[in-house]
Structure formats: structure tokens, C-alpha cells
Design a protein around this ligand. Sequence first.
Ligand SMILES: O=c1ccn([C@H]2C[C@H](O)[C@@H](CO)O2)c(=O)[nH]1
Ligand SMILES: [Zn+2]
Length: 135
Amino acid sequence: MDREQLMKEAVNIRAKAYVPYSEFPVGAALLSRSGKLYTGCNIENSAYSVTCCAERVAIFKAISEGETEFTEMAVAADTKRPVPPCGACRQVMSEFFPKDMKIHLANIHGVSRTFAMEELLPFSFQPDDLNDSGS
Ligand SMILES: O=c1ccn([C@H]2C[C@H](O)[C@@H](CO)O2)c(=O)[nH]1
Ligand SMILES: [Zn+2]
């Protein structure tokens, strides 16, 4: 699947978003190395803080299906600039995505920017940091 199609999938899955509070639907489309597509939309809750963003829904769907390797992601929302993922999502992305993996951030008007994982969250806490002692 090409980049344009992946961005279209991200735009389209916004229709499934559960966003009664923000009325701000977001869509994410994630490609696994095996070529399978995992989409996600944001799912809100009346206890606002337990809301899950579109990006994490897509990632967790894929992980729960046994996927471990990813090659590309697209995120889309009705924003002026390409939608920036929140900090929580960037941390989750950095756990599963290679540093050079491309993430396409887009708005529904066709404006997009592509970032490498490392650019979205430099110097991120990584699994290895749990084991390495400082001395
Ligand atoms: O990249 C983003 C930014 C925000 N949201 C969601 C969280 C909340 O439901 C709504 C407003 O912040 O948009 C996402 O899903 N992804
Ligand atoms: Zn988020």
C-alpha cells in the first residue's frame, strides 16, 4: 500500500471515532511488515482522562493480533496543520517503531508532513533503559 492510500485509510476511519465530548475525530492507519493494515480511531469516555487516541488504538489492535514489526503509519484530523500526535502516543510509538520508521501526519485537506520516529520523540525512554545501570 502506498503513502497516499495509507493517508486515505487514516482519513476514512475517522467516521468510526467515538468523540461525543471533543467532537474531534482522529484516524490512524498502521502498516505491519507483513503488509497488513490496522486502523484506529479515537475513543473517548465520560471520565475524560481514560480516552484512547487513534494512534494507540491502531497500535494496540496490531499488537493484540500478534504483530511486532511495523513499517509505516499515517494519522489524520481536521486540523489546520498536519495533526501532531500527543506525548503519550509518541512514547507508545517509540516502543514499537524503529527509529527511522516514517510517520505521515496529515489533515483532511491533504496537507501532510512526514517524520521519522526519532524526530517525533528524540531521546525517548526505551526498554533498555530499565536494565542499564548508570555506573
Ligand atoms: O493525535 C491525536 C490528537 C488527539 N487525539 C484525540 C484525543 C481526544 O479524543 C481528541 C481531542 O484531544 O483527539 C487523537 O486521537 N490523536
Ligand atoms: Zn495520543
